[in-house]
Ligand binder design. Structure first.
Ligand SMILES: Nc1ncnc2c1ncn2[C@@H]1O[C@H](COP(=O)(O)OP(=O)(O)OP(=O)(O)O)[C@@H](O)[C@H]1O
Length: 255
């Protein structure tokens, strides 16, 4: 008898999110999104501006409540028992700034205490070495370059060795060399830890390189999904960027 397949690390069923807009209007950011993400994988969330990627990540992280549908992470219902999953997760997003006046050391120390890390000094020493932050360790975060801030944000996100890491645009505004360094670091970290990464990105080459599976969102729906190579073959294209443009420019938005 074969063993039952492992349950997904992230499982969303019928997620819908309606935001209240100005003067009684509303914006539907997600329309019945289903996601099933296995452990030990890197998964990409693609979609044009306003497709619903950040909203999806925020609901998975328990920051936003869905209007309807269910979301479970690491077996926990994120609308009712997120505190039981959050210690095993982390997130990095350019939309969430670290306090500018605090130094890198102070920021990471605060987060390490928040995460309940026992050996704060030892853990900081490891992430500072891993992410090459020695030179900027005692500088205020507000005085760092975009690339340096990204590495600090990543260090914060890896402090608790998360089993699930959510990344919104992990290499936006980085030069090609720094972006490549971050991608290599993430891929190595994920392999070593057997973690699961869900990343929203507009960088198709990044997604093609890092992701085992891709979900393509448009107008709050998942329009297609699969391994990058399978999506490219299915659409009869050469690159993921061409697949993305096919879906983005399709008039009715449906496959
Ligand atoms: N707090 C909010 N209140 C009202 N509308 C919102 C809110 N957050 C997002 N929206 C709307 O929901 C839709 C989806 O936004 P979301 O930020 O999830 O898209 P996205 O795919 O991450 O876009 P981008 O690539 O531009 O970051 C957009 O129409 C956006 O204007």
């Amino acid at each position: 008898m074969s063993a039952a397949p492992p349950s997904p690390v992230i499982e969303a069923r019928g997620l819908t999110k309606v935001f209240a807009g100005p003067r009684g209007t509303s914006v539907t950011a997600m329309r019945g999104v289903d996601l099933s993400i296995a452990a030990d994988t890197t998964v990409g969330l693609l979609g044009g501006n306003g497709a619903g990627k950040t909203t999806t990540l925020s609901i998975i992280n328990g920051l936003l409540l869905p209007t309807s549908g269910t979301i479970r992470v690491l077996g926990r219902d994120m609308t009712r028992e997120r505190h039981l999953a959050l210690a095993r997760m982390n997130v990095s997003s350019p939309y969430v700034d670290l306090p500018h006046r605090l130094t890198v050391r102070e920021n990471l120390t605060v987060y390490a205490h928040l995460y309940g890390i026992a050996d704060v000094r030892g853990r900081l020493a490891t992430v500072v070495e891993d992410l090459h932050l020695g030179e900027v360790f005692n500088r205020p975060v507000g005085k760092l370059s975009a690339g340096q801030k990204t590495r600090v944000a990543l260090a914060k996100a890896l402090l608790n060795d998360p089993e699930v890491l959510l990344l919104d645009e992990p290499t936006a505004s980085l030069d090609p060399d720094t972006g490549d360094w971050v991608r290599t670091h993430l891929a190595g970290w994920r392999r070593r830890h057997g973690a699961t990464i869900l990343l929203a990105s507009h960088n198709m080459a990044e997604v093609e390189r890092l992701c085992d599976t891709v979900f393509v969102m448009k107008d709050g729906r998942i329009h297609d999904q699969g391994a990058p190579a399978d999506l490219i073959a299915r659409h009869g294209r050469q690159t993921l960027e061409e697949v993305f443009l096919d879906i983005a420019r399709r008039a009715d938005g449906h496959p």
